[in-house]
Ligand binder design. Structure first.
Ligand code: PLP
Length: 362
């Protein structure tokens, strides 16, 4: 039986268009910074990719900085724009944002559905001087969507800069930079290769670089650009949004509730990404569930599983108030190529896993 890959929020399967674009670009010798014909050919590919990706998200090519991924894009925005400002982050941010913001950053709590507490944001901004607010658009564990329009209004009213971690959104929902000041993207979350991403900036905004060197990316990020990966990133960005993911996700949730009414679906009441569900099976450690499903041929993750194979208790679910249940959640995230039989195959494996673990007394 073929394996069932349901861990798209960790990494989407590559789009064939991205693989083709990468293979073609890898065959070219030139460095985009070289002045000869080979270099100019590489530069053309780089700048076309820059324009295409930026346009897709409502930005100008000259305001896009290629990075090594979402982690670096978030770090460049937060470290590069924080001078003279307090940094405020949401309680459910990705570790990439939390680490870049550092231990002195203020934390804005979330409501029980995982969306940002707007009253707390307003109060935090009212309390102090100039601020940089860094929040995710969609949560990687629950798919919960923060109310970005309202967050933007509040930040603008208080003169705060707003950085959006939009890493989980493209390829699942249409989303643009809009009036935000900066936005982080990652290619491998939208069907492109791992190890490349971008920071989009509002015109005129110039973050202090983290990586200095050869002056690439208009001095904003030193280092030869990862041209094949960038070509793959552009090709994946141009792919159409997958359709029908919300219907498949809803079928999984309805099936789970029939099999086991005690299951809690974290953030179910919030506006969410169409491909994500967070399933809490009270009393059964997430790690046990993930391993049992893996042995049954199904790949899911526990909490934010993008750190070196570690399964940890979810700080996201803890911030939503789930207490001990926060250690009992698996994340099912449907990839762009999920098919009509995905819910039935998952439910079959999940039901068998639950029966077995309950028989064993967990
Ligand atoms: N931000 C969010 C919300 C993520 O889910 C991730 C990866 O899981 C990142 C940032 C980091 O992106 P990358 O893996 O490209 O460094």
């Amino acid at each position: 039986m073929a394996r069932l890959y349901l861990d798209a929020n960790a990494t989407e399967p590559m789009r064939p268009e991205a693989i083709t674009a990468m293979a073609e670009t890898m065959a070219l010798p030139g460095n985009p910074s070289s002045v000869h014909a080979e270099g100019r050919a590489a530069r053309r590919i780089l700048e076309e990719a820059r324009e295409a990706i930026a346009a897709r998200f409502g930005a100008r090519g000259r305001d896009l900085v290629f990075t090594s991924g979402g982690t670096e894009a978030n770090a460049l925005a937060i470290r590069g724009l924080a001078a003279g400002r307090r940094v405020l982050v949401g309680a459910t941010e990705h570790p990439a944002v939390l680490a870049a913001a550092g231990p002195d950053a203020g934390t804005i709590p979330v409501l029980a559905d995982g969306t940002l507490d707007l009253a707390a944001l307003e109060a935090a901004l009212r309390a102090g001087g100039p601020a940089l607010v860094a929040v995710m658009v969609a949560n990687n564990e629950t798919g919960a969507l923060h109310p970005v329009e309202k967050i933007t209004e509040i930040c603008q009213a208080h003169g705060a800069l707003l950085h959006l971690d939009a890493v989980q959104v493209p390829g699942r929902l249409p989303f643009m930079l809009g009036p935000a000041d900066s936005m982080a993207l990652s290619a491998h979350k939208l069907g492109g290769p791992k190890g490349v991403g971008a920071l989009l900036l509002r015109p005129g905004l110039d973050p202090a670089p983290i990586l200095t060197g050869g002056g690439q990316e208009a001095g904003r990020r030193g280092g030869t650009e990862a041209l094949p990966a960038i070509a793959g990133f552009a090709a994946a960005t141009a792919c159409p949004q997958p359709e029908g993911l919300a219907g498949l996700r809803d079928a999984i949730e309805a099936g789970i509730k029939t099999l086991a009414p005690e299951v809690i679906i974290a953030g179910r009441d919030a506006p969410r990404l169409p491909n994500t569900t967070s399933l809490i099976l009270p009393g059964v450690a997430a790690e046990t569930q993930v391993i049992a499903l893996d042995l049954a041929g199904v790949a899911v993750s526990a909490g934010a599983a993008c750190s070196s194979g570690k399964v940890r208790q979810s700080h996201v679910l803890a911030a939503m108030g789930y207490g001990a249940d926060a250690a009992c959640a698996i994340r099912v995230s449907l990839p762009w190529n999920a098919s009509a039989d995905t819910p039935a195959r998952f439910l079959q494996a999940w039901g068998a896993m639950r029966d077995k673990l309950c028989r064993l007394g967990r």
